[in-house]
Design a protein around this ligand. Structure first.
Ligand code: PEP
Ligand code: MG
Length: 576
C-alpha cells in the first residue's frame, strides 16, 4: 500500500483503475492526399465541427475566470479564421476537411515561426490544439476515447479546461494532476461537475492500469495498492458519500456549537483572492490564516507595499469577520526566486520566517509593514497580523520596534497609519515555552498553533521527508502535551489561542483539540463543513476526558487513535 498526499481541488471519493492522460494530436496522422467530389457537403461537415467546438468554448466561458474569458474569445476568433480559410481551400483544391484544416494550420505555423516572436510562438501551441480538436470532431474520435477513459481516474501533469469537459463526457470518475491550483478554472469545473480532483505534486507511482486505486479527495490522499481492509472501508464510504456530502454542505453554513452548547469558531486558511471569494459560501467565519507567501513566489522582483496592500484590502473587502494576515513566511520549504537564498545544510532550522524578515528588512519586512499599518487604520481590529516562526523574544521585539518605526515614519509623511492587532504563530517548542512572557517584547493579543511545524520540531522529524512519514503525526502524545502547555500558557496570560495547522482538519484531532481547550480552528475552505459537522456531534465534557487521558496516561500514538476511534464510534461520527 502506498500513499500520496495532495491538495483537494474538488471533494469526493473515487475507486477506479487509473489511466495516464496525454493530449492527442490528431493533426499528425492526416494523410497527404484525400480527394473529395462534393465540396459543398465537405464544407458543411467542417462548419458543423466548427459550430460544435465554438459551442464548447462558449460554454466554458460561463465558468471561466475573468482573465481567461479574453483568451477564450481570442481562441474563438482564431478558430473562425482557420475554418473560413479551410473552407476556401476545400473549394479550391477539392480536398477533405481534415486535410484542409491541417494545411491552413501549417501555413500559420510557417508564418508564426518566421516571426521569431516568443509570444506568437506560444499562440501557435493554442492554434495547433484548436486544429487538433476540430479534426477530432471531424474524425468522430469521441467513441474511441470514451472506451479509453470511461470509469477511470485520470492522471496527468496538467489538464486544460476544454480537455476536462471532454473527459467528463467520457465518464471519468476522478482526476489527479501534478500541477494546478484549487482556484484554477479546471478546479472550478471539477467542483461544478462533482468530479473528485486532487492536486498531488509528488504523485509518481508507476501505475498498473488494471488495478483499482483510491482517490480520497475528502482527506487529500491517493492510495495505491490498498489492502483489503482499506478497500472495504472506502467502498462503504463511496456508497454513503452522497449522503455524507449533503450533510457536510448543510453543516458548513451553521454555527459550530457542540452538543453541550459550547460555540467553536471555524475560520479558514487561504492564500489567494480567489479563495477569499469562496469563503462565505463555504461557511468560513473569517480568515484564520492568510498565507502571504504566494504573492512572493514565481516572480523576479519583490512585491511593493502597494501591491501587498491591494491584495490584503481586496480580501478584507470580500470576507466578513476577522482576517489574520501572516507576515511572509519564506525560506526552507517555501523558497522565492528573487531572493536567491544561500544554500543551507539545515534549512528547516535555518533562515526562515521571522528570521528572514529581519535579515531582509528593506526587501521584505518594511513593504509588508507599510501595507498592514495603512490597512489597520482603515479596517481597525478586523485586520490582525501574525508573525511566523517565532522562537525567542528578541526577534519579536525587533519586529515590533520596526512596526512602531514604520507607523511613525508614515505619519510624519502625513499618511494615516495604526498599529494592527498583533499575534504570533506557535510553531516552535520555544514559542510554547515562552508564550506567557512574549508580551514583554510586544503586545501580543493572540496566537495560532502551526501544528505542521510544531510537530516537526517537537518530534525532530522533517515534515517533508517521506521516509519518516510514519513518525510524523500530530496525534503523537509529545505533540499533544506540547499543545496542552500552549493552551495553559495562553490562558494564564490572556492570549486568544487557535490552531491553523493541518491538525485542525483531521477528524481524529478535533475531539482532542476541543478537549485540550481550543475554541477556534482554522481549516481549508473545503473542510469547513466536515469540521463543523464533527464539532456539532461532540460534547466538550466527553472531549475533555479524552484529552486528559491522552496527555496524562497514553504513551503511544496507536493508543490515542484507539481511544479517539471509540469516541467517534460511540457518537456515530464518520471518521473520514
Ligand atoms: C504550520 O506550520 O502549521 C503552518 C500553518 O504554517 P505552514 O504550513 O505554512 O508552515
Ligand atoms: Mg509553519
Amino acid at each position: 500500500m502506498k500513499l500520496f498526499k495532495g491538495t483537494i481541488a474538488s471533494h469526493g471519493i473515487a475507486i477506479a483503475p487509473p489511466i495516464t492522460y496525454e493530449k492527442k494530436d490528431y493533426i499528425i496522422n492526416i494523410p497527404e492526399k484525400c480527394d473529395i467530389t462534393d465540396t459543398e457537403k465537405e464544407k458543411e461537415r467542417l462548419r458543423n465541427a466548427y459550430t460544435e467546438l465554438v459551442g464548447r468554448l462558449e460554454k466554458l466561458k460561463e465558468t471561466a475566470l475573468d482573465e481567461e474569458k479574453d483568451l477564450i474569445d481570442a481562441e474563438i476568433m482564431m478558430l473562425e479564421t482557420m475554418t473560413t480559410e479551410a473552407e476556401e481551400l476545400i473549394g479550391d483544391e477539392k480536398i477533405c476537411a481534415e486535410l484542409a484544416v491541417r494545411k491552413i494550420y501549417e501555413k500559420y505555423e510557417k508564418l508564426f515561426k518566421e516571426s521569431g516572436s516568443e509570444l506568437i510562438n506560444l499562440r501557435l501551441y493554442d492554434l495547433r490544439d484548436l486544429a487538433s480538436k476540430l479534426v477530432a470532431i471531424l474524425l468522430n474520435t469521441m467513441e474511441k476515447e470514451k472506451k479509453l477513459y470511461e470509469g477511470r481516474i485520470i492522471i496527468s501533469d496538467e489538464i486544460y479546461p476544454l480537455d476536462f469537459t471532454t473527459l467528463v463526457k467520457h465518464g471519468i470518475k476522478g482526476m489527479i494532476t501534478r500541477k494546478g491550483g484549487i482556484t484554477s478554472h479546471v478546479a472550478i469545473l471539477a467542483r461544478s461537475y462533482g468530479i473528485p480532483y486532487l492536486i498531488a505534486p509528488d504523485f509518481s507511482a508507476s501505475i498498473e492500469l488494471s488495478n483499482e486505486i483510491i482517490l480520497d479527495a475528502i482527506n487529500g490522499y491517493v492510495i495505491i495498492d490498498p489492502n483489503e481492509e482499506t478497500m472495504r472501508k472506502y467502498r462503504e464510504l463511496e456508497a454513503r458519500y452522497e449522503e455524507i456530502k449533503r450533510i457536510y454542505s448543510e453543516e458548513a453554513l451553521k454555527k459550530a456549537v457542540t452538543k453541550d452548547g459550547e460555540e467553536i469558531r471555524v475560520l479558514c486558511n487561504i492564500g489567494s483572492v480567489e479563495e477569499a471569494r469562496l469563503a462565505e459560501e463555504y461557511g468560513c467565519e473569517g480568515i484564520g490564516l492568510l498565507r502571504m507567501e504566494f504573492l512572493y513566489m514565481d516572480r523576479k522582483i519583490p512585491p511593493t507595499d502597494k501591491e501587498i496592500e491591494n491584495k490584503i484590502q481586496h480580501i478584507l473587502e470580500l470576507v466578513k469577520g476577522e482576517v489574520i494576515v501572516r507576515a511572509p513566511d519564506i525560506g526552507a520549504d517555501k523558497p522565492v526566486e528573487f531572493l536567491r537564498l544561500e544554500h543551507e545544510d539545515n534549512p528547516q532550522l535555518g533562515v526562515r520566517g521571522i528570521r528572514l524578515l529581519l535579515q531582509q528588512k528593506e526587501i521584505l519586512l518594511k513593504p509588508f509593514l507599510k501595507a498592514v499599518v495603512r490597512l489597520a487604520h482603515k479596517y481597525g481590529d478586523r485586520l490582525k497580523v501574525m508573525v511566523p516562526m517565532v522562537s525567542v523574544s528578541e526577534e519579536l521585539k525587533e519586529f515590533y520596534d520596526e512596526l512602531i518605526k514604520i507607523v511613525k515614519e508614515l505619519k510624519e509623511k502625513g499618511e494615516e497609519a495604526s498599529i494592527p492587532v498583533l499575534g504570533i504563530m506557535v510553531e516552535t517548542p520555544a514559542a510554547v515555552k515562552m508564550l506567557d512572557l512574549f508580551s514583554k517584547a510586544a503586545p501580543i493579543k493572540f496566537a495560532s498553533i502551526g501544528s505542521n511545524d510544531l510537530t516537526q520540531y517537537v518530534l525532530a522529524v522533517d515534515r517533508g521527508n517521506p521516509s519518516l512519514s510514519y513518525l510524523y503525526n500530530e496525534l503523537q502524545p509529545p505533540v499533544l502535551r506540547m499543545i496542552k502547555e500552549a493552551v495553559d500558557k495562553a490562558s494564564s496570560s490572556g492570549i486568544e489561542l487557535s490552531v491553523c495547522g493541518e491538525m485542525a482538519n483531521k477528524v481524529h484531532a478535533i475531539p482532542l483539540l476541543l478537549g485540550l481547550g481550543l475554541r477556534k480552528l482554522s481549516v481549508p475552505i473545503s473542510l469547513v463543513g466536515r469540521t463543523k459537522y464533527v464539532i456539532r456531534e461532540l460534547e466538550i465534557s466527553v472531549a475533555k476526558k479524552l484529552a486528559e487521558k491522552a496527555v496524562k496516561e497514553i504513551a503511544d500514538k496507536k493508543q490515542v487513535y484507539e481511544y479517539v476511534d471509540k469516541l467517534l464510534e460511540k457518537h456515530r461520527i464518520f471518521s473520514v
